[in-house]
Design a protein around this ligand. Sequence first.
Ligand SMILES: [Mn+2]
Length: 312
Amino acid sequence: MYDLIGDIHGYATPLKRLLTRLGYAEHDGVWRHPSRRVIFLGDFIDRGPEQLETLRIARGMIDAGQGLAVMGNHEYNAVAWASEDPATPGVPLRRHSARNRGQHQAFLDQVGEGSARHHAWIDWFRSLPLYLDLPGLRVIHACWDPASLTAIAPYLDAERRIRPAAWPALSREGEPGFEALETLIKGLEVVLPAGSEFSDKDGNPRRRVRARWWDLESVTYRQLALVPPEAIAAIPHEPLPADILPGYDAEKPLFVGHYWLSGEPAPLTDHIACLDYSIAARGDAVGGRKLCAYRWDGERELERVRFVWVCE
Ligand SMILES: [Mn+2]
């Protein structure tokens, strides 16, 4: 059975404490449990102080058959940052803007930008599947959207990894596949009705909001929106159009990361759990910054008592 582990963002010391609490121990450099395996939900890197140690632990477990993982948006961004667009040599697939660099600088500093070690980790990030659909459970970094999974299929290999030749197309806004990838690993966004906008944390006007896509009880834009508290009043209480959310078939439990939750860990719904509890948040998250796991034993309905976490 599996222990699922949320976004780590370079916090290797809490990761070791969490693995220890779950009954894993390090032998010959690999963390193992006598009878269990881990599944990492992506976002190993960026922000935190021990990103290479985090990667060493995760990759060591995966290479030794002790774990699985999916790609997070931070690994995706890291690949695009470090890859050239074959159509325009010398131009990276992800813009080296000040904002993009700021999000990625701690990783670049720790790995050594352009080093052989950097290239080796980029190759490993490319090898991560976008999602897992296992016999009893599903795993994706942000959003299980069947339409996006169908749209992305031609870009993936049999193991659900992005095919090497597909990276340029999947990095270009407007290309088929780009929107699907954004939804799967960065989350579903909804366009606000005409005349509505809010200011993001940099003060830029925005008309697209990140959505609580799992919440089938949301009936207005404001209920659905995942925006900072100071922006919520700008989101209208107008009813959502029908069919704007993907829903979830609940055929198997689903695990995601990505959403910087706070408070006491608990399932989002009977069949969906988010395990990102903001270990790398700046300032204080409500109830403390946590690295969170879920101890799954094959149950179809998720249970609060199976969450396990450590505080930073
Ligand atoms: Mn993420």
